[in-house]
Design a protein around this ligand. Structure first.
Ligand code: IPE
Ligand code: IPE
Ligand code: MG
Ligand code: MG
Ligand code: MG
Length: 346
């Protein structure tokens, strides 16, 4: 299909019809269907910078912006290979919280960057995250059949398609940043390295997932449990916050504080995920609860019990707030995000 068709077609029904606001330089379309991702820009109207300090309101204000940009970055279902593109869209536009892209926007905005410079990297993170969910649910991994309130990708399509959908989301994520002409080339490389390290191995999500699976068949110590959580979930959340700060040009000391804040936030996020697996309903979660215990997963409730896990959460939550004390900028929104995570029910 042509890039022009790509630009003019409507968003999937889940999103409603979203008008494109970017402009296309026709001469760039002459020889190929490849079009710079820079052209697929959405209006940032409705996204309010600087004034929202409540996490829930902020997430609500970001959602349409993130989803519109994702819709422009992802090939249409009508484009070949249709099955893979349908599978990507099935999983991506199923109503996730968009926590990682929103965190990137929040951190970037804290240090003064506008949404135009943050949005594509934010979307890239959501692509990596959704790929991780598709693969996490595979029969050879957590073997889940419900995700974001829908049948999982391999259940709706098939395993091979789900693997390819995840693979494609991962490469699209890096392509998105590489082709982001709003950012200097050196910054793009820095962001790509940051996210690759966080998503891969030995310190990132892939390493954490491998460790998580290996821990199903043996006992782990407390430090090992924490390491699994930092890697499988924390690394990407930390990268989200760091990328926002990097794009905004935060100073080294500010970046250090944000890194510590987000390291704790990532741990907070996975411990609440563990807790919700014990306490929440499938309706609230959009995924099947109780699976961690059945799979003998290394989780905080399994290791410490529910009450001690809640006490642990309070300590980690406090640490998030303490790190923000080191930053001069207004950090109410980042504080509220930590509050949102500890209180979340889904
Ligand atoms: C679920 O992530 C997987 C974990 C890393 C715990 P989210 O809770 O952010 O899932 P979505 O994106 O809202 O579906
Ligand atoms: C997932 O952890 C971490 C990922 C990298 C996807 P979980 O396996 O606990 O996530 P859920 O509970 O299936 O969402
Ligand atoms: Mg898992
Ligand atoms: Mg899982
Ligand atoms: Mg879980």
């Amino acid at each position: 299909m042509s890039a022009g068709a790509h630009q003019q077609s409507s968003a999937p029904t889940e999103l409603g019809s979203i008008p494109a606001t970017g402009t296309i330089n026709i001469s760039s379309l002459r020889d190929s269907a490849i079009v710079s991702l820079k052209m697929k820009t959405v209006s940032t109207e409705g996204y309010q910078t600087g004034c929202i300090i409540d996490a829930r309101a902020f997430f609500a204000s970001c959602r349409a912006l993130i989803d519109s940009q994702l819709d422009r970055l992802i090939p249409k279902e009508s484009e070949e290979p249709i099955r893979v593109h349908s599978a990507i869209r099935w999983s991506l536009f199923a109503g996730g919280k968009r926590f990682r892209p929103a965190l990137l926007l929040a951190t970037g905005q804290t240090f003064g960057a506008n949404a135009d410079r943050l949005l594509r990297t934010a979307c890239a993170l959501e692509m990596i995250h959704t790929y991780s969910l598709i693969h996490d649910d595979l029969p050879s991994m957590d073997n889940d059949d419900l995700r974001r309130g829908r049948p999982t990708c391999h259940v709706k399509f098939d395993e091979a398609t789900a693997i390819l959908a995840g693979d494609a989301l991962q490469t699209l994520a890096f392509q998105t940043i590489a082709e982001d002409e709003d950012l200097a080339p050196t910054l793009r490389v820095q962001l790509i390295a940051e996210i690759a390290r966080a998503a891969g191995t030995p310190e990132g999500m892939v390493a954490g997932q491998a460790h998580d699976l290996a821990a199903e068949s043996r006992d782990v110590a407390a430090a090992e449990l924490e390491l699994i959580h930092h890697r499988k979930t924390g690394a990407l959340i930390r990268a989200a916050a760091r990328c926002g700060a990097l794009i905004a040009g935060a100073k080294e000391k500010e970046l250090d504080a944000i890194t510590e804040y987000a390291t704790n936030l990532g741990l907070l996020f996975q411990i609440t995920d563990d807790l919700l697996d014990v306490t929440a309903t499938a309706e609230d979660l959009g995924k099947t609860p109780g699976k961690d215990a059945r799979a003998r997963k290394a989780t905080y409730p399994a290791f410490y019990g529910v009450e001690a896990t809640r006490a642990h959460l309070a300590v980690v939550h406090r640490a998030c707030h303490d790190e923000l004390e080191k930053i001069e900028q207004r950090t109410q929104l980042l504080r509220s995000i930590a509050d949102f995570i500890i209180e979340r029910q889904a």
